[in-house]
Design a binder for this molecule. Structure first.
Ligand code: ADP
Length: 273
């Protein structure tokens, strides 16, 4: 990022590097618009990495509606502070979770900070978490490709890459093209595209029906010469498990969506490592 180099900048960058410096791989999860399943992908990605034995953290900076604590049933947890640093909540067996939601007065409070205050809060949030040594940190970004998302992505030192989440509808695919251009502009490599809500799985007969078309994410990936990570179907069990506070990869590993997530995660790990 271009800017005037001052003692303050250097000190701030040092704090960011100190906070994220002991992390081997940082993966950003983003989407061109809200509601496409970005947080669902982030939580399943992080849970599966942790389940596979990687020391993993999940950071929720979706200030437009931080939903990760709800997805793990930890929305009422209180944060600990040690040596002036926030200690992430440990979700069994070994996932460390931190969310902007924990800093809000009540879980139903929308984030109404004005621009500069919001950016200061996000920066402090990123700096002030004690992650310790991690193999992976998964970051759930706010949706969109506007100024706010741009300022936030630039706060993250050297991410390994971005996973872009889209749905099969044209409007979402247009947004995913914008997301690719967005990460290219800030110099973050694209790990690949996930097409979520791709086909509906009947809970009774397990037949898959393409209620909103399918394959658009793959076409966008081809168009930009990037990896297509896979399709995740719409499955009622995804909502049920996330409302229970357990991501589907842990709650129902035999479901079609859990299998889809596991195959996506294998591709992400292969790409990053
Ligand atoms: P975003 O983070 O993009 O706003 P969420 O991950 O919060 O989206 O998902 C929005 C809603 O859609 C949630 O209720 C979630 O449980 C549901 N959802 C996401 N992916 C799926 C899926 N593959 N099948 C069924 N429901 C899903």
């Amino acid at each position: 990022m271009a800017g005037v180099i001052s003692a303050d900048n250097i000190e701030e960058d040092t704090r960011l590097n100190e906070s994220l410096g002991k992390i081997k791989h940082v993966i950003i999860v983003l989407s061109g618009k809200g509601g496409v399943g970005k947080s669902t992908v982030s939580s399943n990605l992080a849970s599966a990495l942790s389940y596979k034995g990687y020391v993993t953290g999940l950071m929720d900076i979706d200030i437009t509606g931080p939903s990760i604590p709800k997805m793990f049933g930890i929305e009422d947890e209180k944060l600990d502070v040690q040596d002036k640093k926030l200690v992430p909540i440990m979700v069994p067996p070994s996932l460390k979770v931190m969310s902007m939601a924990f800093l809000l007065p009540t879980k139903d409070t929308p984030v109404l900070w004005r621009g500069p205050v919001k950016m200061t809060a996000v920066r402090q949030f990123i700096e002030d978490v004690e992650w310790g040594d991690l193999d992976y940190l998964v970051i759930d970004m706010p949706p969109g490709t506007g100024d706010e998302a741009l300022s936030i992505i630039q706060l993250i030192p050297k991410p390994d890459g971005a996973v872009i989440v889209t749905t099969p509808q044209d409007v979402s695919l247009i947004d995913s093209r914008k997301s690719i251009t967005f990460v290219n502009e800030v110099g973050v490599p694209v790990i690949g595209i996930v097409e979520n809500m791709s086909g509906f799985v009947c809970p009774h007969c397990k037949e898959v029906t393409d209620i909103f078309k399918s394959g658009g994410g793959e076409e966008v990936a081809k168009e930009f010469g990037i990896q297509f990570l896979g399709k995740v179907p719409i499955e009622p069990a995804v909502v049920v498990s996330s409302d229970k506070g357990l991501p589907i990869v842990l709650d129902d590993p035999d479901s079609l969506s859990a299998k889809a997530f596991m195959s996506i995660i294998d591709k992400v790990v292969k790409t990053v490592e």
